[in-house]
Structures are given as C-alpha cells and as structure tokens.
Write a protein that binds this ligand. Sequence first.
Ligand SMILES: C[S@@+](CC[C@H](N)C(=O)[O-])C[C@H]1O[C@@H](n2cnc3c(N)ncnc32)[C@H](O)[C@@H]1O
Length: 329
Amino acid sequence: MPEHDSSYAEHEKKIAENASARRNSYWFSKMKAVFREIDDQTACIPKRGVLKFLDLGCCPGGFTSYILSKNSNAQGLGISSELEHGGHKFLLEDRHRSRFKIHYADLTYYRLAPLPASVTSDTKIHPVLPFDASKRFDVVLLDGHQLRKHSPARPGDRDRLLISQLIIGLQAAKHGSTLVIKLADAEQVTTAKLLHMLDVLTTRLEAFKPRGMHATRGTFYAVAQGVGEGRGASRLLALIDGLKELWVDLTIGGADGAGRALGDEDLNFIIGTAELREARQLDRLVELGQRVWAVQARALAGLRDPPLADAGIGGLEDPFTVTPAIAVV
Ligand SMILES: C[S@@+](CC[C@H](N)C(=O)[O-])C[C@H]1O[C@@H](n2cnc3c(N)ncnc32)[C@H](O)[C@@H]1O
C-alpha cells in the first residue's frame, strides 16, 4: 500500500476511535443521570452504611459510579461483556476503582443449571460464577442488554440474557435487598408475568421510566425493594427453579437444539395467562405501568425533556433498547 494510503487509514482509524470514545463517555454520563433519577424517585441507595452491590451488564459503569459516589462505604462487583465482543469500555473513575471488581464475561455462558455433557464440553461455557455462591448483595442491578449494533449469535439470546440475569440476581439477592431490572413494555405478557413475580416476592415494587432516556420507547426500570419479604416470598426457591428449567430449555431447546426464544406460556409457573388477565391483576398492572406510560406519552407527544439531540451528540441512536417481540396482554 502506498505510504499516503496507510497514513490516511491511520487517520480514519483515529477518527473512529475518538468518536467511539466520545460515545462511550456520553453513555457513561447518561447512565449516571438515569440512576440518579431512579434513586431520587425510589430512595434505593442509602447514603451511609455498608452496601454491597452486584451490577450485571455494568459497562460503561454509570450506575456503579453513581452508587460509589453516593455511599463511600459501598463496594461492588460487576460482570459485563468483553470489549472485543462488543461490550462498552469500562469508564469508572480511578478514585472508585478500589471498591469495585469487574469480571468480563458473557452472562449467557454461565452454566446456571445442569446441561448434558455434550453441551458443557463447549469450552465457552463457564462452569461457575466469578463470585462465591454464598455471597449475598444488598442491591442487585440487572441492566445487561444486547446493544443495537449486535445481532444475536443464537436464537433467543436476548431472552437467555434476561433469564440468566434473573437467576443470578435472585440467587444473590440478600433477604430484604433491592433489585433493579430493565424491562420492556409492561403490557406484554412475559413482562407482566415477570412484574407479577417481583410483586409477590418483594414488599415494594415500582416501575419507573427515566425522563432523560428511552423516552419514546417502552423500556423502563422496575425497582423491587424487600426481596424475599413479599406476600409470596415462600415461592422464591421454586420460582428460581422454574427460571432455571426455562433457562435449560432456552439454551438447548428449539428445533435443532441450538436454543429458542421465550414464548408467552413459558412463564406460566409464575402466573397463568388467564389469571394474569383477571381484573385484579390487570388493575395492579395498570397501577404499576401508569408512571411509565405517562412519561412515554409525553415523549410521544413531542414533550420529551431533554431530547437526546440536546444532550451533546445530535442524532445519536440509543444503543440500549431492545425490540420487544412478544404479543400484548
Ligand atoms: C444498558 S448497558 C448497561 C449500562 C450500565 N448499567 C451503566 O450504568 O453503565 C448494557 C450492557 O450490557 C452488556 N451486555 C450485553 N450483553 C451481555 C452479555 N451477554 N453478557 C454480559 N454483558 C452484556 C453490554 O455490553 C452493555 O455494556
């Protein structure tokens, strides 16, 4: 290649790297602001006292940074995709790093339930989680989402990511802890069933949509406090077992055994669809979804505050939103 061509290629590469670094730091700040909003609304992060947290899908690190800044005793552990597999760069400030340990791994490759030997011989499968199975956390954050630029490698990868995080998160949540999870479209059957699960397992459940992000879309955060202390807390272990069985099926089910996507009836071990449609359940769902839909409606009416374009990078696409694929209630 002529000399001027290689220096031009270098120049292009630098421009691309700079753009990617700018995007990353934009999302890092944005995620901090999102968690500030969640905490302002739900008071889920205490300012003082011991606080151990687990942050799944933690990169670029905005949630973690917010928690470590607010509570100087907080200590966390996170798992997120490797950079070379399309993950975000981890941008946690140096001053906080001694209180946080990050493990780079694909959350869908932990063996969360027994699998046939032919599958576990796949060298990509991690037999154990990167923390002691007896460890329990005060706050569990489940925000691992495939970024828009990535198409799933296997059928149902998106659903496996969601179910994997729920298994890991519910197992690791301390009695009375707080669990925060990003979900999409409260009116979808599977989302409604997962909300029902959180509702019965915990003492306080809120669905919250940050104004500054995903405003026109159906994504939202569910903040569940008092894990293991709700009216259906005695079902906790059975529900985790149900999620594990489902995880096996999503992993090795499907026509050719390569995995499959989540269907409406898969979560019947939480609540059947007919019962979900009873007035009492629908009233509760509407109560939970109201704040989310109000923010979404404002945004769809053009009242979004502030629009992404005003936040510094005009036209930047939100890479965190997954497209829901499941029928409505
Ligand atoms: C919405 S971002 C999380 C933002 C984060 N809460 C923060 O505060 O910065 C989703 C993250 O999940 C990660 N992710 C996606 N698929 C994953 C997987 N299979 N395993 C682990 N991490 C994954 C992405 O790389 C991305 O960093």
